[in-house]
Design a protein around this ligand. Sequence first.
Ligand SMILES: [Zn+2]
Ligand SMILES: [Zn+2]
Length: 269
Amino acid sequence: MQQDQLIILGSGGGRHHIRTQHRATGGILYKFNGIQSHIDPGPGAIVRINQYKEDPIKTELFITTHAHVDHFNDLSALIESSREILHNKNYNYFKKGTLITTNEVLKLMSNYHLNMLEKIISFKAGSKYNYKDIEIIGTKVVHSLNNEGFGVIFKLKNYSLAFASDTMVYDSFSEQYSGVNILILNLLRPNSVTCKRHLCTDEVIPYLNKIVPPLNGLVITHFGSYMDGPRSPKNFVPSQVKKLKEKTTIKNIIAAEDGLKIKIASLLE
Ligand SMILES: [Zn+2]
Ligand SMILES: [Zn+2]
């Protein structure tokens, strides 16, 4: 656990950040138990992993939560970059890595890249998969009518961490994070700027307060253009952190920044 880390390869989400890269859109590296996983490698993920001095060869677990381009665009590039040698002299491709994603994402990928993987796990809300003694559970999202999707909980020996992915709040939102210590929350919009597909701060606060036992740590990320960028008069991120600290009992609240490296231990204090 002392070595476990999150590396923010992109704190931005949505098409305006895809276009401007005002905030990067490369997703998150989650390192646990000596395993490097890449969650939602959006546009520029391969650029950011190099820019922030991380090593794509070390990635062995890929998770793409849904088929939106800010979550899956660089997936094939990262799979191809996760090995130094592609094939032997007889063109037998070297298989490496596990991919957990939706059927829809699998349909969008080439057989060439799918064949590079050792394991492909089709996933949705409620799915469970045991990866090297870590239980991975799919959580519900209410996001896009046209896309399948899921969030994901990692149950480790000493702590449990969840990536909510893109979602709105819904009735059982709080219950499914019961027992989770750290939540990575895609918070696209500030204050009460509501959206039919995403969360805003004022909407989510009551749901965060209903998680029992309370979270030890919260990381907000995947900020949209109303939070910071082309359509916002200022960067609302600091004021949202302040508000979350004032209105929840969560001890450790951190806002993602591009290139930020967060020690898991610091979120569990
Ligand atoms: Zn998104
Ligand atoms: Zn999305």
